[in-house]
Design a protein around this ligand. Structure first.
Ligand code: LLP
Length: 417
């Protein structure tokens, strides 16, 4: 079972909440991202219930799904935001999030982005190198401000996940090495326009084993003690995001409660406000990518293909991380076949599944690529001149178009001859 149960068959047709997916495809066309509002709220509630005894501030990591309506949903539930660029900061503020509830991350912030974040008044910037600390101080000075910063520490913990999404290992570009910390603290004492208010880490994404968090958090707590002993008054301990979701029912994610059980006893005695930055956990299973089967074909080896109107341009995760996404026919079929489910893009990596057992749907029917709420629409591209899809948000029987399908005109609007 995927975490969200809001995509269910009503009779023989897949629905989102009270809305039939066939009807959505007729009204809005395909490919279409369909998000269940209740599912967003449900995953947020699960998370908050798990950590309710720990003083904390949850900053939704908008990179997972930065549709304005999605950000707004979490902001209304009391979340702040974790942003990774000027563009994400702009989006979060457009969605109505006040800057005092936004934390600004990123291993390579441009001076303009630092200035934008500082002059907007974000809660803190998370610095990832000595040079960046110097830049932040200089820019804050130019703006006659004092920058509140957290330092992102690389705890050198290699969390088991896909190698492209592990970030807490010392061979990766992220964070400040522990060995550099004495120099960092000495520098922080001298820099006139910086106030250190937090320690931060993010060890990766889709991490199943809570022990990696325990190992990295333990290191962070030791560093917290030393920093406090040096006289820094640290208000926040940010332990990042990375909490897992189920993509494949055969490989269910560790429930969030298991993370809470390990982390709360570790963090509570520190008496500090903890920041969490969940992205995927809040959104992954709240959306499907609805797509139409354009063609079915069979080659001389007997191999079957479903060729869809969605591809890697809408959901790159299978191509980039070999990730599994469940695929359901919108109309239930008793008869099944084994097929490759592929997109229209001119790359062999443009597939959603290979050799997958799937309902024997006909050409023209719809498929739902499940768990497409995180790192799907946000990673979409115009490659092959493809138009980014429309997005709808469903609540009960109500449907809102929250992003329009791109047009050909928009494809060329920034170019000139
Ligand atoms: N905080 C920081 C600093 C991050 O870099 C990330 C994700 C998060 C929080 C949220 O992590 P989450 O809770 O979503 O795991 N495109 C990849 C995932 C890349 C994650 C990047 N950073 C994927 O599709 O699996």
């Amino acid at each position: 079972m995927l975490e969200s149960n809001l995509f269910q068959y009503t009779g023989s047709t897949l629905s989102c909440d009270e809305v039939n997916l066939n009807e959505l495809a007729v009204t809005f066309g395909t490919p279409l991202f369909v998000t269940s509002s209740k599912s967003l709220i449900q995953s947020h509630r699960n998370f908050e219930q798990a950590f309710e005894t720990l003083p904390h501030f949850t900053c939704y990591s908008v990179k997972a799904n930065y549709n304005l309506s999605v950000i707004k949903t979490f902001a209304e539930l009391g979340c702040g935001c974790d942003v990774n660029s000027g563009g994400e900061l702009y989006r979060a503020m457009q969605a109505g999030v006040v800057p005092e509830r936004i934390i600004f991350a990123g291993v390579g912030k441009k001076p303009e982005e630092i200035a934008y974040a500082l002059s907007s008044g974000v809660l803190m910037l998370k610095a990832e190198s000595l040079s960046e600390l110097k830049s932040i101080s200089r820019i804050a000075g130019e703006l006659s401000l004092t920058a509140s910063v957290a330092i992102r520490i690389n705890p050198d913990v290699t969390a088991e996940t896909h190698p492209y999404i592990t970030t807490g290992d010392s061979k990766e570009k992220f964070g400040i090495d522990e060995a550099e910390l004495p120099e960092v603290f000495a520098l922080l004492r001298q820099l006139p326009h910086i106030r250190l208010i937090g320690l931060d880490m993010h060890i990766g994404s889709q991490i199943f084993d809570p022990e990696y968090y325990v190992a990295a958090t333990t290191k962070l707590l030791t560093i917290l003690n030393s920093a406090q002993a040096m006289g820094f008054s640290i208000e926040f301990l940010d332990i990042g995001g990375g909490f897992p979701v189920t993509y494949d029912p055969l490989k269910p994610a560790t429930p969030i409660q298991r993370f809470a059980e390990k982390l709360i006893p570790l963090l509570l005695p520190a008496g500090i406000k903890v920041i969490f930055e969940p992205g995927r956990y809040f959104v992954a299973n709240a959306s499907v990518l609805l797509t139409r089967i354009l063609y079915k074909k069979r080659n001389h080896t007997g191999k079957e293909f479903f060729v869809l109107d969605a591809g890697m341009t809408e959901l790159i995760r299978p191509a980039l991380y070999q990730s599994h996404h469940e695929i359901q026919t919108v109309t239930l079929h008793d008869k099944t076949i084994i097929a490759d489910v592929v997109g229209p893009v001119c790359e062999s990596s443009d597939f959603f599944a290979r050799h997958r057992l799937i309902g024997d749907a006909a050409e023209g029917e719809l498929l739902a690529v499940m768990s497409s709420g995180a790192y799907a629409a946000v990673m979409s591209s115009n490659y092959n001149g493809r138009l980014r899809p429309a997005e709808v948000l469903v609540d009960g029987s109500e449907v809102k178009l929250v992003r329009q399908r791109e047009t050909y005109e928009q494809l060329v609007q920034n170019e000139q001859m």
